[in-house]
Design a protein around this ligand. Structure first.
Ligand code: SAH
Ligand code: MG
Length: 221
C-alpha cells in the first residue's frame, strides 16, 4: 500500500519535523498494524501542524479505521520563543504564545482526511486517562524531555493490543545526535520490558511490535 501522491505532497509542504522517508515508513508501519490488529484505532501523540498526521490519517482511512491525533497545541519546550525549534510564524498575535492549532486545522482541511482523523486538543496524559480503547498503533512524538516521555510511555503503551505497533520518533542512541529521553524512557524501556520486538528503524523512527502472548493489562512501568 502506498500513500496517494497528493497527500504525500501536502505532508511535505506542511511545517513539522517528519522527514519524507520516515513519514513513508510510518505509513507502512501503520498499515501493517491495522492488518495485524484489525478494527482497532490509531493514536498519535504530538500533532504539531499535522505533518505526520497526514501519513497516519491516510493509513487509517485506507484501513477503515480512525486516528486520534493528540496535542495541546502550545508546543513543546524546544518550540517556545528563544529555543532551537521555534517558528515565529506560529505565535498567536494576541497572546504572543505559540499556538499550532490553526495551522493543524488548515492542514486537516486541505488533506480532506477529516473523516479519518479525530483532533484531540488536550494534554496527552489527561486524555490518556479517559481513553480506554485498545490500539492497533501508537505513535509517540510529543514532549521530548524526561518527564513527558516517561508519562507518555506509562499512560499510552498499556493500551496497545497484542500484535499492535509502537512507533517512536527522535530516538537517538548517541547523545551527539539529539536528546536521549525518547531513547531511554520509551524505546529502551519498551524493549527491556520484553513485551515488544523491533520491526524497523528509519532515521530516528523506531517501530516495535507487541508480542501477542501477553495481555495489555500486563504492561506496566
Ligand atoms: N509529529 C509532528 C511533530 C510533533 S512536535 C510532526 O510530524 O511534525 C511535538 C508536539 O508535541 C508539539 O506540537 C507539542 O505541543 C506536543 N506536546 C508536547 N507535550 C505535550 C503534552 N504533554 N500533551 C500534548 N501534546 C504535547
Ligand atoms: Mg519528532
Amino acid at each position: 500500500m502506498k500513500i496517494q501522491k497528493k497527500l504525500r505532497d501536502l505532508a511535505l509542504a506542511t511545517k513539522g519535523f517528519m522527514p519524507p522517508e520516515e513519514g513513508d515508513a510510518l505509513f507502512v508501519a501503520a498499515c501493517e498494524a491495522c492488518r495485524a490488529a484489525p478494527g482497532l484505532k490509531l493514536v498519535e501523540i504530538g500533532s504539531y501542524c499535522g505533518r505526520s498526521t497526514i501519513w497516519l490519517g491516510a493509513a487509517a482511512r485506507i484501513n477503515n479505521t480512525v486516528l486520534f491525533s493528540v496535542d495541546h497545541h502550545f508546543g513543546s519546550e524546544e518550540n517556545q520563543i528563544g529555543w532551537q525549534w521555534h517558528d515565529d510564524s506560529l505565535v498567536d498575535a494576541q497572546t504572543q504564545k505559540l499556538n499550532t492549532l490553526p495551522e493543524f486545522l488548515r492542514t486537516l482541511r486541505q488533506s480532506a482526511l477529516g473523516d479519518a482523523v479525530v483532533p484531540v486538543v488536550s494534554d496527552s496524559e489527561l486524555f490518556g486517562a479517559q481513553f480506554t480503547t485498545d490500539l492497533s498503533f501508537l505513535f509517540i512524538d510529543g514532549g521530548h524531555g524526561e518527564s513527558p516521555t516517561k508519562r507518555d510511555y506509562e499512560t499510552w503503551t498499556p493500551k496497545i493490543a497484542p500484535r499492535g505497533y509502537l512507533a517512536i520518533h527522535d530516538v537517538f542512541a548517541d547523545p551527539k545526535d539529539g536528546g536521549q529521553a525518547p531513547h531511554d524512557f520509551i524505546y529502551r524501556r519498551a524493549l527491556d520490558s520484553g513485551l515488544f520486538t523491533q520491526v524497523s528503524a528509519t532515521g530516528s523512527l523506531r517501530v516495535l511490535r507487541r508480542r501477542d502472548e501477553v495481555q495489555p493489562s500486563r504492561v506496566s512501568s
